[in-house]
Design a protein around this ligand. Sequence first.
Ligand SMILES: Cc1cc2nc3c(=O)[nH]c(=O)nc-3n(C[C@H](O)[C@H](O)[C@H](O)COP(=O)(O)OP(=O)(O)OC[C@H]3O[C@@H](n4cnc5c(N)ncnc54)[C@H](O)[C@@H]3O)c2cc1C
Length: 514
Amino acid sequence: MPLPGEEMISKRIKFSEAERSRVLRALQRIVGSERATANPAIRYGYSGTSMVLPKAMPDFVVRPRNVADIQKVLLLARKRRIPVTPVASGTQEPSTYPWFGGIVLDTLALNRILEINVGGAYAVVEIGVSIGQLAKALQKENLRLAMGSFPPGISVLGNYLMTAANSHRSSGIMDDVLGLEVVLADGTVFQTGSKAFGHTYPALGWHYPSNTFPNVKNLFLDAGGTLGVVTKGAVRVYQMNEAQTLPVSAFESYAQALEYMKRLSRANLVQHICAWHWPLYTIIDHLGRYGRGAPAEILLYDPWTKPDERPYILVVPSMSGYREVIAAGEQAAKRITEELGGRIYTEECREKWPGAWKFFADHYRDHQPTNQFMGGFGEGFPLMPMVIADPNRVAGLEQWGLRFLRKSPLRLALSYYSHSLDQCRSVFLRMTTFVSPESSPKEIERAAATRQKYLEQAFRRYGAIPVRYDYGHPPGAVLNKTGGQAQVLKAIKRALDPENILNPGMSLSMYGRF
Ligand SMILES: Cc1cc2nc3c(=O)[nH]c(=O)nc-3n(C[C@H](O)[C@H](O)[C@H](O)COP(=O)(O)OP(=O)(O)OC[C@H]3O[C@@H](n4cnc5c(N)ncnc54)[C@H](O)[C@@H]3O)c2cc1C
């Protein structure tokens, strides 16, 4: 079985040397000679070099300075039918790859924070503004932003444009984008939400994500750069309240942890709450204390056979508010933990797992980006099945998933973490099937097949849907399971990008034939 992407790469666009030079010169006329290149050393950096899936080099890398540059590049690409793959921070979950070659449009140089609207609790940022950059600027205003466990260099909008499992999801806020500015394949620029009326009333702000018409903004979330190029957006920011805390609870089963997450989030006691399986918090601890890599003993153990008295699962809530309210919330958390058969583990966590504690505190209490999580996942990253599951069935998925993945031909151990979303109306579960840089192509292939089987069962038996891209499946296979919705999205893609220049690799993978 070919690895996902291999077939597509064989169909990539082919330029003659003369055409290549002509296109390069045209691109350089638009953005300046230092901002458009065909240098293979630079192109290689955009080929998915850190991932286990096949590499695909673009023909050109272009770094626009502003919206006008983007419009002109798209018009040129449209005229010559050259694929354009937009990239923000380019952490490249697999389908970002320029499977068909063409232009990678690196938007990271659009990196200005345009506004911090303290009264309106939002910030307006260009696509290249990073999480670290915005977090630092917000700190001065006693504000913070929702973030995941990713490093500070990741683009705020690059992340928020995807289904993001971030630090405010348990409260019910499912995305942090209030509005976007988008350039379409034909060069049209528009803004969404309340700001759309800025076209007629320029003083209008970005405060409301909709505007009495169908919500166009949402079309560009999870679109993977297939419908338009996002240049800026307004994002929610949050107050740094007078008290922030994270009482850690320890449980001996996922079912208990899940019930705890449900009770706390439905009583509005937490902004966010997440459960960490023991091999994973052990790895995070190791990374925090010693740098990269996962301890070998963890990779070799059964997911159920803990090496000592460490808890099976830690649940870490993020609480923030007035002092009196938070003190009462901590009391309630303790009582509920004990009612469910768990124990408060905050002090022990700090003492026994200082590396993990630091990660939890950076992330859930201080709301600062962290560098330490995920390093240990290395090349296993693209093979991790992420799902959003039905809370009534997700505990079954955890049990079945561990058994299934343990029996799979993968050599290495596995772990998971699980976020409560929208007051636990749904539950994010990400189980990790480890492969390593030393894994053979055969093992990687098996890992990809295992991932596919897992997702199919998750759909079928546990009410779970996949998160983000459907890489690793035949083109369009996942979207086609949605029936009528697939027809609607394909029609929208045809209407907005009739020449299919916008991320055609991702488009094929996502929409199939359209
Ligand atoms: C160590 C690590 C930890 C992580 N932890 C979390 C976590 O806790 N929570 C979470 O939600 N995620 C997490 N992630 C995933 C991470 O959020 C994504 O990798 C990242 O947000 C993608 O953003 P990017 O800017 O790198 O996107 P890119 O790789 O640049 O692009 C992603 C997709 O968006 C498209 N795109 C890029 N720029 C534009 C544009 N200007 N207009 C239109 N489309 C565009 C691309 O074509 C591509 O399809 C983690 C990733 C890493 C590496």
